[in-house]
Write a protein that binds this ligand. Sequence first.
Ligand SMILES: [Fe+2]
Length: 390
Amino acid sequence: MKSIEAFDYFLPTRIIFGCGTIGRAGQYSRRLGRKALIVTGRHSTKKTGLLDKVIGLLKEEGISSVVFDEIVPNPLSTSIDRGASIAVKENCDFIIGLGGGSPIDSSKLIALVAKDGGKCWDYTGVGGGRKPKAALPVIAIPTTHGTGTEADPFAVVTNPETNEKIGVGFDEIFPAVSIVDPELMLSLPPEQTAATGMDAFYHSIESYINLNHQPTSDLLALESMSLINYYLPLAYENPNDLDARVALAWASTAAGICETLSGCVANHSLEHPISGHYNVTHGAGLCATGPSLLEYIRPYIAERLAEVARVMGAPESVIGVEELSKMAVVLLRRLQKNVGLDISLGELGVESSMLSILAEDAMRTMGGLVSVTPGNLKTEDLRNIYQMSM
Ligand SMILES: [Fe+2]
């Protein structure tokens, strides 16, 4: 019998999950006020008609809305500040984040700055570490199955002057409501399907090996990894496979809960300087360094990796913790290959001459996640893992 240590469980978001649940957006918005700022990207929610649909659903409930569509992938702190000033000027009562991880993370930060003041970067660890007292309520409506931001108190932002990309986490920015409708994800192209699905996989595996892992996230992480391993290649091959989208939507939300309860480890620290400096997709960056990190710290996490191998369908002929833990990395590489993300840092454009700078950047900006990674990693170790990933 495994011993269960003390843990903290806090997850105040109402999660509305299921096909067609987008139809309830107006009903839940009505509880939060009379005017919304809708934060979205430049193209996809307009092209699919989703933005107009949400505006219409709000209107039916007598709620007016303003659209802020300046969000780009790897959102910039300057865009957040602009969005917050619009929310204040327009007297918005709440913020709706509509789209992938970038618009939803941005909606959380806009809600924070609009209510609590200052500039977005003030709230990051390297920008002053300001602690908020309150934020406007947020409704998250994801159209991808990856970030888990619909079920967590985190947001990631990039400073355009320094290229530093940093995650912040505050209880105040948990979404009040998240509407997770898998039908909204049918329009996701294969590359984004793969990248967001692997992001969710890494949230799960990183929480599972985190020194602070706990019983609820352990269960959800194994469930999520098993689902992603089976369904992600199916959705990658056939974007209209609704069964796969439903499974992946749940896997992503479950992985977001894992992030909230236990958190990520050093793979997210390693990735942020990559996408900060090279503007590559977050999920692709994670896939470049993830297998190397797991190999590097395998002696410290062998039993946990053996469990991962089991839920990823390790052959019955593979037995024993040592062999199974190696098999987990083999199966992970196979999954990445099946969805076009068997990728090296070199292929993402990273130069060898940058590795020391990136390792120092990772430790300075995301050292907190390194400290909860088994293996007591130092900056030198991060550099070694980057080197293995080239
Ligand atoms: Fe992530």
